[in-house]
Design a binder for this molecule. Structure first.
Ligand SMILES: *Cc1c(COP(=O)(O)O)cnc(C)c1O
Length: 330
């Protein structure tokens, strides 16, 4: 196998660094999805992570790896929400100043949540790329350290700690379904799972509307896509034209990437609530959606990673009660 910038050893080191700061989330059997697919399906309940998503893992690992002078100046990040929450929490735990820049497309509940975790908020533009311009300015002019949401070895290694837990809890694993946006989560999980169990398959799941990694894989290089509102809002945003780490790792390590319609994402959120009694955001539900829509070949023990729960609860109520949804109203 090609040597990647994040190895199994890096992920094991990340786990040692963050173990006492994060929740080791449960892996639970799903009777309804096992019944529907004819194979044992389990859910990795990472939406129960502190701050409501796995992003705390990468952010905590990145913060713990900073030099003391960089910690003294503070950190900054651009975020569609969950990275900002994870970073804000991780920085507060370290006593480090944290500024989070985000686009006006980010739902209000996410903005309020990050502010409540103690970070300073800057709302900039209509896209992740606009927010990134302000991050670059703070780095250049005020000496803050940027902690990116996915394209950084410490972030990928932190997210990869989920993969270590998966192969320990399901040693006979055949297939892992991972929500895919910038690819930090899927790259880390794939490196860990395939490092420990090379025969296991790892499949990324994105939405049809604005799937930047899928478009980049098709083009053979990082590619821009238009950012459009989607129920899987945490999967929005580009992978960065200067992408260095996640694009090659995703290209080399993932077995497939599948895409879901908005209706399939809504059905997955509903299924999680009605059959699993879990509140999951759109991005977090796409693994369930891929199974329900039969978009992946299920051959043996299968895990869907539920990556987050930070959904507007009024939106959630409308989705689970089958009411019409209007997107982009934030
Ligand atoms: C960030 C995020 C993802 C996607 O992670 P990437 O590392 O960008 O691929 C998936 N689900 C949730 C809930 C997220 O917050």
């Amino acid at each position: 196998m090609t040597r990647h910038p994040v190895t199994l050893q890096d992920i094991e080191a990340a786990r040692a660094r963050i173990a006492d700061r994060i929740v080791r989330t449960p892996l639970v059997r799903s009777p309804s999805l096992s019944e529907a697919t004819g194979a044992p399906v389990s859910l990795k309940l990472e939406q129960r992570q502190t701050t409501g998503s796995f992003k705390l893992r990468g952010a905590t690992n990145a913060l713990a790896s900073l030099a003391p002078d960089a910690k003294a100046r503070g950190v900054v990040g651009a975020s569609t929400g969950n990275h900002g929450r994870g970073l804000a929490h991780a920085a507060a735990a370290e006593g480090v100043r944290c500024i989070v820049c985000m686009s006006a497309l980010v739902p209000a509940n996410k903005v309020d949540g990050i502010r409540a975790l103690g970070a300073e908020i800057r709302i900039v533009g209509r896209s992740q790329d606009d927010a990134q311009v302000e991050v670059d300015r703070l780095v250049a002019e005020e000496g803050l350290t940027m902690v990116p949401p996915f394209d950084h070895p410490a972030i990928i290694a932190g997210q990869g700690t989920i993969g270590l837990e998966l192969v320990e809890d399901a040693p006979d694993l055949d297939l892992v379904l991972v929500p895919l946006s910038g690819g930090g989560l899927a790259a880390g999980i794939a490196a860990a799972v395939k490092g420990r169990r090379p025969e296991a398959r790892v499949v990324g799941v994105s939405m049809e509307r604005g799937a930047a990694m899928h478009a980049s894989l098709a083009a053979g290089r990082p590619t821009l896509v238009e950012e459009v509102p989607t129920l899987a809002d945490s999967l929005g945003g580009g992978i960065g034209l200067e992408n260095r780490y996640t694009f090659p790792m995703i290209r080399d390590l993932l077995d497939d990437v599948v895409l879901l319609s908005e209706e399939e994402i809504a059905a997955a959120i509903r299924h999680a609530y009605r059959h699993e009694q879990e509140i999951v955001e759109g991005a977090g539900a796409v693994g369930i959606g891929a199974l329900l829509a039969r978009k992946v070949e299920v051959r043996g023990p299968t895990v869907a990673v539920l990556s987050g729960r930070n959904i507007d609860m009024e939106m959630h109520r409308r989705i689970v009660s089958g009411e019409p949804i209007t997107l982009g109203g934030n």
